[in-house]
Write a protein of this length. Structure first.
Length: 369
């Protein structure tokens, strides 16, 4: 079986990571794996793991991308994959237009993955126009069935994203050297109860809520310290300034630390006593929450979206009614006074995710569905 996955670029992010994971699983199972993108820093890893990368600028949301329809059609005819798997809207449009110029009998099967709650319009609807539509959570299934009634429910397949438990082992602790470096860089974190809010600096991640929480909690628990793990791109620099000013105004400079974008997220999640998920909008999955729980760190978050699906199965005590600040405060106070033990996670594994996707590929090729 030969599978061609298509996405804008291969730099970083959940879509990219999922593409590499499936590509590696295909190779391990003895299949052929092709990936079409505009390239990026993950290409060497992809190729080292046995896949072939085909460079095509299919990343721009502009009419200029239509110039890639013919080159993509040529690639499809040249490589003759059994399956095309589109993972983003621009590549999906280019793929649909490329297929129009190929006789029906010679067209590969088409699968899409809906990774996000896209804006609801004709442009986004393209992601629901495939033989099989993979949804990364039940929340995404609901989003598709609510907004795109033309997509038959029988064609939607929920496959949760997964993590490798060996990368996030239960009870993991960072190396002594990591602690040494961290306390050297951030001496204010030593001997504190750490509350971690992971995620990029955007208005959607709940940073303002965190500031209010810490302002209240620090009066009662002076040992408490919040760490924000995530960077701000240039467009969000003004918002970061705004947050830092708010922290100064509230006299919390010694109680909240921004550590920026980190490649050692596992260490920060393991180091933390509690991880929060306070996004102001539902998330499609919530991989970071899963990673924290896998390590054994309690996660407290709003009862919505993919994060709620993970918490309801793995740690229901961490579910908080949306925007119920009093319940959120109580849950954190409970952790400070008596931390919960989080059992080892056995669900949501990477092997399970890859196995389900490969089984779906196989069934489509064999037309079992």
């Amino acid at each position: 079986m030969k599978v061609m996955q298509l996405l804008p670029e291969l730099n970083s992010g959940g879509v990219e990571r999922g593409t590499l994971e499936v590509a590696k699983a295909l190779i391990t199972a003895g299949h052929e794996s092709l990936v079409v993108s505009n390239g990026g820093r993950l290409v060497p890893q992809l190729e080292a793991e046995g896949s072939q990368h085909l460079n095509l600028p299919i990343q721009k949301k502009s009419l200029a991308s239509l110039w890639q329809v013919r080159p993509l059609r040529r690639l499809i005819l040249q490589h003759q994959p059994d399956i095309l798997h589109v993972r983003s809207r621009v590549p999906a449009w280019i793929t649909h237009l490329a297929l129009r110029g190929i006789p029906v009998a010679k067209r590969p099967h088409l699968i899409s993955t809906v990774h996000g709650f896209y804006s609801i319009n004709r442009y986004s609807a393209i992601m629901t126009q495939a033989e099989k539509v993979i949804a990364v959570s039940n929340s995404v299934v609901d989003y598709i069935t609510s907004h795109y009634p033309n997509c038959p429910p029988a064609d939607i397949v929920r496959i949760y994203r997964g993590i490798n438990p060996q990368e996030f082992p239960h009870g993991y602790q960072p190396a002594a050297q990591w602690f040494q470096q961290t306390f050297h860089d951030y001496p204010q974190l030593e001997d504190r109860f750490i509350i971690c809010l992971p995620g990029r600096i955007t208005r959607l991640k709940g940073h303002e809520n965190l500031i209010e929480l810490i302002a209240t909690l620090c009066k009662k628990f002076p040992r408490l310290h919040a760490v924000v793990v995530g960077g701000a791109d240039t467009k969000k620099a003004a918002y970061l300034d705004e947050l830092e000013q708010k922290i100064k105004d509230k006299g919390l400079v010694d109680d909240i630390t921004f550590v920026g974008h980190r490649s050692d997220i596992r260490e920060w999640l393991a180091f933390s006593d509690v991880v929060l998920s306070l996004s102001t909008q539902a998330e499609t999955f919530g991989r970071t929450a899963l990673e924290a729980l896998s390590l054994g760190t309690p996660v407290i978050g709003w009862n919505r979206g993919g994060v709620a699906e993970i918490l309801s199965q793995l740690y229901p005590q961490g579910l908080i009614e949306v925007d119920n600040q009093a319940a959120l405060l109580n849950a954190i106070e409970r952790q400070v006074q008596q931390p919960d033990y989080i059992p080892a996670v056995t669900q949501f594994s990477l092997d399970e995710m890859c196995g389900q996707i490969l089984a779906l590929y196989q069934s489509v090729v064999e037309r079992k569905y």
